[in-house]
Design a protein around this ligand. Structure first.
Ligand SMILES: Cc1cc2nc3c(=O)[nH]c(=O)nc-3n(C[C@H](O)[C@H](O)[C@H](O)COP(=O)(O)OP(=O)(O)OC[C@H]3O[C@@H](n4cnc5c(N)ncnc54)[C@H](O)[C@@H]3O)c2cc1C
Length: 564
């Protein structure tokens, strides 16, 4: 069977949802192909209103869950309340040449249902970094190219935060911020005094704290600070494709969503010199379909987008669509989350907080921002929060001991983590298996991605500086943990994998141009993490959304100009 659409979007997650919204709003008949099942906003959030005692095992990870899902179960948000939004390891194998935790959510909405919603803009300090420091290739765009699209996305998504006026973390369009608690304010004041170049700010996150008309029109309302977000939010308070972009696209009448359908490859027509559609397989019946369209947006999330493109072979492109330079799948990078520091702090016993704030406190990168000053490249962002021990351990103990414990909040404890930029290198790559494929006949992906010495040095610097800052703030019991060294955190577990189909000016050294089009196949756009030339230290999804909205509008303009 063949169907004809103006546009096909592969994947319905954070970036695919944005592609669908923009293309449909601009009048294109758009087919979104999603390998997972339908998840309708509210209707399909079965655990959203459950309490811990409503779950069979008090909402933990059971031994069976861990045995059945050795990779996925390592993820912090995987438990009885969320497991239906993660894949099952056994159904979706891949080959780890080096240990890599590939975390996936296959359903309508993708990982937009699960994400932790932290959103920070990039600045020119990130866009200019590869050129300045001599790694990867130069980005073909700068902050000014993306700034209007950040605004466009942020107003629709709803970002809570302050306008902090920081050069390396440009201000977003914001709704009211969440508040720091007493201990966080105290630590901030100490850091401000002793480390004046290290601003401490409230986390900017994709939560509607004061709904604007554009949010109520989406049917979304104010965040209730339940912090049960990963189950799906019945208030639509945090941004997900399901609550926001997809229903918006649907309202235009231009959207078709085909669920339970795995895109196998993109079809290239040698004569026409362009892509003409995709080959897709129904996930249960394994029936094959060909869908045709004028333009194709690839939004399967970084590694799946690499996989689809590498698997799109033709006589012109025997190594993957648009891959004439052999670089597709290489230079995969991610974020270095290895370091965690815990501490406690005396006093503040008459200080409490209310609700469950769904974000934390941040410190933008302060290393190598203005010039190279350490023996490692690039920097790391620091996130921390302070809380009272005991208040969140609702399932501890039993009977009167349990009840009494509940009336008293415990000691104040502090948790600090790093989010470091990793430097893309050619050796960190993915490729297709020559002899093993999945149940849909798609070759298995081989991941060959590891930390580098640069990451080790960055980790040590975080430990040194993090401890110094916490000591200055009067913390005790400071413990540093390299989560990789204790066998827990491989690359990938942070779910910020990027690259493989990088943007650049030169078709010899990059795959995509400044509009996210394949240099050698202009009607295919790649706008998820696969397009990232470098990773910055910021949480990435806001940038994926802005790049997607920008590329989608460009694509429509190009169609109108007769160029596509
Ligand atoms: C718990 C958690 C916390 C996170 N926290 C943050 C955060 O605070 N800030 C941040 O910026 N990011 C965060 N992330 C990362 C964020 O979720 C991703 O960056 C984002 O979802 C990527 O968007 P995407 O559209 O590329 O992929 P996804 O949202 O994963 O969507 C991809 C979609 O494509 C579909 N698909 C894949 N292959 C195919 C195929 N062959 N055929 C058809 N469909 C296909 C998938 O089923 C999926 O629905 C977090 C992730 C997790 C899991």
């Amino acid at each position: 069977m063949e169907y004809t659409f103006d546009a096909i979007v592969i994947g319905s997650g954070i970036s695919g949802g944005w592609a669908a919204k923009e293309l449909c709003e601009r009048g294109l008949k758009t087919l979104v192909i999603e390998r997972g099942r339908m998840v309708k906003h509210v209707r399909d959030y079965p655990t959203a209103m459950l309490d811990p005692w409503d779950f069979q095992h008090g909402n933990t990870k059971t031994c069976t869950m861990i045995e059945e899902n050795p990779t996925i179960s390592k993820h912090y948000a995987f438990d009885e309340s969320t497991k239906h939004f993660y894949i099952q390891d056994a159904l979706h194998p891949y080959i780890q040449e080096k240990p890599f935790d590939w975390i996936r959510g296959y359903q309508v909405g993708g990982k937009s249902l699960l994400w932790a919603r932290q959103t920070q803009r990039w600045s020119d300090y990130e866009f200019e970094a590869p050129k300045r420091d001599g790694f990867a290739v130069d980005w073909p765009i700068r902050y000014n190219d993306l700034a209007p699209w950040y605004s466009h996305v942020e107003k629709f998504v709803g970002i809570s935060g302050n306008r902090d006026g920081l050069p390396n973390l440009p201000d977003s369009e914001v709704l009211p911020a969440f508040e720091m608690n007493a201990v966080e304010k105290y630590i901030k004041s100490k850091i401000n005094r002793h480390f004046p170049d290290r601003p401490v700010i409230m986390g900017r996150c994709a939560h509607v704290t004061a709904p604007q008309t554009v949010h109520t029109e989406q049917g979304r309302t104010k965040c209730m600070a339940r912090s049960l977000c990963q189950r799906g939010c019945p208030f639509g308070a945090y941004f997900s494709s399901n609550a926001s972009t997809l229903p918006w696209a649907e309202k235009t009448g231009n959207l078709t969503i085909k669920t339970d359908t795995v895109v196998h490859s993109i079809l290239y027509d040698e004569k026409a010199g362009k892509a003409v559609g995709v080959k897709a397989i129904e996930s249960d019946t394994k029936r094959e379909h060909l869908y045709k369209a004028r333009i194709i947006f690839v939004n399967g999330a970084t590694l799946n987008s690499n996989l689809i493109l590498l698997n799109s072979k033709s006589s012109k492109f025997p190594n993957g669509l648009g891959n004439l330079n052999g670089l597709m799948g290489t230079h995969i990078a991610f974020h270095n989350y290895r370091g965690r520091i815990t501490a406690s702090i005396d006093g503040f016993e008459d200080q409490y907080y209310f609700g469950r704030r769904p974000t934390q406190v941040f410190m933008p990168s302060f290393r190598n921002v203005y010039k190279q000053e350490t023996d490692f490249l690039r920097g790391y962002m620091v996130a921390f929060s302070a809380s009272r021990e005991g208040w969140s351990k609702r399932a501890d103990g039993i009977g009167s001991t349990f009840k009494e414990a509940l009336t008293e909040a415990g000691k104040w404890v502090v948790s600090m983590m790093m989010q470091g930029e990793t430097v893309p290198i050619k050796e960190n790559h993915v490729r297709l298996s020559n002899d093993k494929s999945d149940q849909w006949g798609v070759p298995l992906l081989i991941t060959s991605i590891a930390y580098t010495e640069n990451d080790d040095k960055q980790l040590l610097d975080f430990f040194q500086e993090g401890v110094k800052m916490l000591e200055t703030a009067g913390c005790q019991d400071i413990v540093t943990v390299d989560q990789h060294a204790i066998g827990y955190r491989n690359p990938g577990l942070e779910v910020h994998d990027m690259g493989g189909v990088r943007m650049g000016n030169d078709p010899d050294t990059s795959l995509l141009n400044k509009w996210n089009q394949l240099h050698h196949c202009k009607n295919v756009f790649v706008t998820d993490g696969a397009c990232m030339t470098s990773t910055g230290n910021q949480n990435p999804s806001l940038t994926f959304m802005a790049l997607t909205a920008r590329a989608a509008n460009y694509a429509v303009d190009e169609i109108k100009r007769g160029n596509l």
